[in-house]
Design a protein around this ligand. Structure first.
Ligand code: SF4
Ligand code: SF4
Ligand code: SF4
Length: 600
């Protein structure tokens, strides 16, 4: 992007041509007081505190909505702008309590910061009296209109980022206030999803958490709940978690969190949480030291031979931990009986996408979802199970993307879907084959992609014969006209992205479902390009890593098969230990034969 040069307060700086003066000043470390601007939100220009002087202009434009221009000369800290700012601030303060010492946001309040910067010491205007609106109905945060300065950040973040529109401005002039959309009702009865983003953006104490304790430090980590893996800063005080905020640098969530990540981490402090090993003695658990516990476990494990032992890894642990546990299982205990939760949730993804594309992972990044022109969300209740990805879908739809939801349940996404295919449970393959048959009949397939980038197309084409629309309609329960509409929409609106989750994989024929999805993307050439692809929404924040590290019975790290002599030799050398069980024993063989049936 082209850069422009401008001067702010005598300093010559460079900025992107689409930046505002406020953004350019921020980038150069120049503070301009403001209360309604936020890097994550659209410019708004409501608080009138970021006014600046610009050479050649008579008025004082707000810098948050003023685009930069080459050669522009801006002054941010003159007597003229500060006089107007003080006046604006005094009017704001006429409607705001001044008992700062007793306020929950004391010393962390943006309003306090601006008051201090502009040096407003004496209230000039008589306090306005009006009925405050307090709302304690949300289980996680309280709202108090008396502290509200009507900056609109809460309304905007709920609409622009959360896509929820649960809050709105109500009335004009001094009667103006923030209410739940559609009227003054408790927020618990509104569309609010309790994500807490309005609370995180509020510059004053108008929205504050119910459990309020200022931390002594913050610890950067990942949310432990779902497969999105949002970046989080945990607020910690005296060894206890007292809050959380989204990591704005995280490429995954860019500061957003859902209710689970924002408010659901106090289990860490639960008094019943195990913090020390327990050993059963005389039928009852008794506390033990780690040395005692580890000695006991080691002596018990030594009583069993390799294939009598099973090892469970965890998709909530790091790559290093998963690598170690599978190595411990294979190199020390002598077993390939190693597994983790992917066995249930996405084994069919590992198998199906491995067969179709050579790798069982999302083909595109989460960030690309917002750029799709068409999204097919099948077998996923995204806004509940992977809420921050749900935000990306809502954003895409808001920006014009078409959304097709295929789900037997009326999940939340149905409310913004252009087409909802309510197929019967277990009829995914029939539905997808029906869609693909229509795409072929209508000639909407991507012939160049099929020819240049795929194999075995003729066999696939033959298999479509079994899925005429009479059969598909009967099996799925979806009218053929709707299937046709969905097929045309997906095939002609590019780039198109497919998202799926456990509604696809947790079936006895989950692998077939996954491979049918992969075929659909290939048929339309929606692969290997931005905002396209086949995107498995996985259950835990490191389920991909646990699979990659070989926490699977049939795979060494990097999906190298345990019965491949070359792979066995490679790991034998690397780990300097015998892996003679690499050719599975009779019992192991049964497991691996089953895995081999799911083409890995
Ligand atoms: S908590 Fe989230 S959904 Fe609820 S009002 Fe605030 S931003 Fe909107
Ligand atoms: S509640 Fe907070 S974020 Fe919302 S308008 Fe009032 S001060 Fe701004
Ligand atoms: S979307 Fe998932 S990872 Fe992100 S905050 Fe919510 S539960 Fe945690």
């Amino acid at each position: 992007m082209t850069q422009v040069r401008l001067t702010i307060d005598g300093v010559e700086i460079e900025a992107k041509e689409d930046a505002t003066v406020l953004e350019a000043a921020r980038g150069a470390g120049i503070y301009i007081p403001n209360l309604c601007a936020d890097p994550d939100l659209e410019p708004y220009g409501a608080c009138r505190l970021c006014l600046v002087e610009v050479d050649g202009e008579e008025g004082l434009p707000p810098s948050c909505t003023l685009p930069v221009a080459d050669g522009m000369v801006v002054r941010t800290d003159t007597e003229r702008v500060n006089t107007v700012r003080r006046h604006v601030l005094e009017l704001l303060l006429s409607d705001h309590p001044s008992d700062c010492l007793l306020c929950a946001k004391n010393q962390r309040c943006e309003l306090q910061k601006v008051v201090a910067y502009l040096g407003v010491n004496q209230p000039r205007y008589k306090k306005l009296e009006r009925e405050p609106l307090v709302d304690y109905s949300n289980p996680f945060f309280n709202r108090d209109s008396e502290k509200c300065i009507l900056c609109g950040k809460c309304v905007r973040v709920c609409a622009e980022v959360q896509g929820r529109h649960a809050l709105d401005h109500y009335r004009d002039g001094w009667l103006s206030r923030i209410v739940t959309a559609g009227g003054e009702r408790p927020i618990i009865d509104s569309l609010c999803e309790s994500c807490g983003q309005c609370m995180a953006k509020c510059p004053t104490a108008a929205i504050v958490p119910k459990q309020l304790a200022w931390p002594s430090k913050e610890v950067q980590t990942l949310c432990p709940y779902c497969g999105v893996g949002c970046g989080i800063y945990l607020a910690v005080r005296e060894g206890r978690v007292v809050g959380a905020r989204g990591d704005s640098e995280s490429p995954v969530n860019k500061g957003s969190l859902c209710v689970k990540g924002q408010f659901g981490l106090d289990f860490v402090n639960h008094p019943e949480r195990l913090t020390t090993p327990l050993i059963r003695r005389n039928g009852k658990f008794a506390e033990a030291t780690w040395e005692e516990a580890l000695d006991l476990v080691a002596s018990k494990l030594a009583q069993y031979s390799g294939d009598e032992i099973g090892v469970m890894a965890s998709a909530k642990c790091t790559n290093e931990e998963n690598y170690l546990i599978q190595k411990f299982g294979r190199a020390v205990l002598g077993t390939n009986h190693i597994d983790h939760c992917a066995r249930l949730c996405h084994a069919s993804t590992v198998a199906g996408l491995g067969q179709s594309f050579g790798s069982g992972a999302m083909t595109n990044s989460m960030e690309e979802i917002s750029g799709a022109a068409c999204i097919l969300a099948i077998g996923t209740n995204t806004t509940s199970a992977h809420p921050v990805i749900g935000l990306k879908i809502r954003k895409a739809v808001k920006e014009g993307a078409k959304l097709i939801v295929a789900n037997p349940r009326e999940v939340d996404l149905c409310s913004i879907a252009h087409i909802w295919l309510r197929h019967r449970l277990g009829s995914d393959v029939a539905l997808l084959m029906g869609i693909m048959r229509i795409i072929m009949e209508e000639g909407l397939q991507d012939k160049a992609f099929i020819k240049e980038r795929s194999d075995n197309f003729d066999a696939f084409k033959r298999s479509l014969k079994a899925f005429d629309l009479d059969f598909v309609e009967e099996v799925t329960g979806v009218p053929r006209s709707l299937i046709r509409e969905a097929a045309k929409l997906y095939a002609t609106t590019k780039p198109a992205s497919i998202l799926y989750a456990m509604g696809i994989t947790q079936h006895t024929h989950g692998t077939d479902n996954v491979m049918a999805i992969a075929n659909l993307a290939m048929l339309t050439g929606n692969l290997g390009k931005p905002s396209t692809g086949v995107n498995a929404l996985r259950g835990q924040n490191n389920v991909q890593g646990a699979c990659d590290m070989g926490a699977l019975p049939n795979m060494y790290p990097g999906y190298q098969k345990v019965d491949d002599p070359k792979a066995i030799e490679k790991f034998r050398k690397a780990w300097r230990c015998p892996l003679s069980f690499g050719q599975p024993s009779r019992r192991t063989s049964r497991r691996c034969t089953w895995s081999e049936k799911i083409p890995c």
